[in-house]
Design a protein around this ligand. Structure first.
Ligand SMILES: NC(=O)c1ccc[n+]([C@@H]2O[C@H](COP(=O)([O-])OP(=O)(O)OC[C@H]3O[C@@H](n4cnc5c(N)ncnc54)[C@H](O)[C@@H]3O)[C@@H](O)[C@H]2O)c1
Length: 325
């Protein structure tokens, strides 16, 4: 049985707890939150409850530590967790600054701790299929691509940390990083990029970047500058020489000269059920934690959504934030 210690039981901690409850051979051995009622809400019978992440790190009998704390606390707690266990999961963005992320890489090297970062889009079904289509080359070369992520303002954060740009990095660092990281994972580092951002309103709450590669361009747009009534939207369109693959209003679709067809994906039915969050099922969150716990079980290193990869994605987003047209 893999014994998980979960630190931070807010929005994402809840999601992770639901995932672990649906993975066989995994138990939520300990949870920590400064709001005790949040920790109690995700705890199961027998789960040890701590009122601070450091108490859990120092005292809990766990094999792995999963950090779902506000971004500005990631580095501090991850560095301590890496001293205690051989596997750590830390939510995205990996850290608030590149300097912190680099310290985390150094600590993982000195301790031998395996770290996975919650760059969950790499594990999201439609995006996994897209990655395989791009790699196969079966529709020819990529001509252009577009990724969008549009969200209502996230007003749920503990002490409003999400909407405090100095603590979260704003929509650019918190939301848009998902698509930047994914695009980097399938296309690599762009040759150059250009970014436009909000001129009035909240800093970094709207970002639109065009990345240029050798023979194609990729647009990535993200914002949380939208009212609560606006539906959370994550879409992509990739134009190949001989087809278009799109995940948008019509669903996950393939368009070729022969017509349009739906790309079918088998969605896993979860035994424990799930309701909540801004998604219809546990989707990529479940997939990424299945991968994580599989690696723990096998005693193998983490090879997807690694600390160095997440650090490179963070570095690019920070360059976008500081980009001046
Ligand atoms: N992968 C995704 O799609 C996704 C989505 C949302 C959030 N996130 C990330 O997850 C992380 C958490 O975000 P959230 O939305 O869950 O925030 P949140 O504010 O809902 O939850 C954070 C929790 O941490 C607790 N906390 C604060 N300090 C603590 C401490 N010292 N010890 C223990 N608990 C403490 C708070 O009480 C709160 O419950 C962030 O890095 C965020 O960017 C990822």
């Amino acid at each position: 049985m893999i014994r998980v210690g979960l630190i931070g039981c807010g929005f994402m901690g809840n999601m992770h707890a639901n995932c672990y409850k649906n993975i066989e051979g995994v138990t939520l051995a300990a949870v920590a939150d400064v709001r005790r009622e949040c920790a109690e809400a995700v705890a199961e019978a027998g789960t040890a409850i701590y009122s601070d992440g450091k108490d859990l790190i120092n005292n809990a009998d766990v094999d792995v530590i999963d950090i779902c704390l506000p971004t500005y606390l990631h580095a501090e707690y991850a560095l301590l967790a890496m001293e205690r266990v051989k596997y750590v999961f830390v939510e995205k963005p990996v850290a608030l600054t590149e300097c912190e992320a680099k310290k985390m890489i150094e600590k993982s090297q000195s301790t031998g701790c395996n770290v996975q970062v919650g760059q969950v889009i790499r594990f999201w079904d439609e995006y996994v299929v897209l990655r395989d289509i791009v790699a196969s080359g079966k529709y020819g070369r990529v001509v252009n691509a577009n990724f969008r992520r549009l969200s209502p303002r996230p007003d749920w954060g503990w002490n409003n940390w999400l909407l405090t740009t100095s603590l979260s990095g704003g929509a650019a660092q918190d939301l848009h990083i998902h698509d930047i990281d994914y695009a980097r994972s399938i296309f690599g580092e762009p040759k150059s990029f250009a970014t436009v951002k909000n001129i009035i309103g909240e800093k970094n709450s709207y970002v639109n970047t065009v990345m240029t590669y050798d023979d194609f361009v990729v647009g990535v747009e993200g914002t949380w500058d939208l009212p609560g009534s606006y539906p959370f939207t994550a879409t992509f369109r990739v134009v190949f020489e001989n087809a278009v693959v799109e995940n948008a209003g019509a669903g996950f679709m393939l368009y070729t000269k022969d017509g349009a067809e739906k790309i079918e994906i088998e969605k896993k039915q979860l035994a424990g059920g799930y309701e909540g969050g801004n998604i219809s099922d546990l989707g990529g969150y479940y997939n990424e934690l299945v991968y994580f716990t599989d690696r723990v079980r096998a005693g193998e290193p983490i090879e997807r959504a690694t600390l160095p990869e997440a650090t490179e994605s963070l570095a690019l987003v920070l360059k976008e934030i500081n980009y001046n047209a």
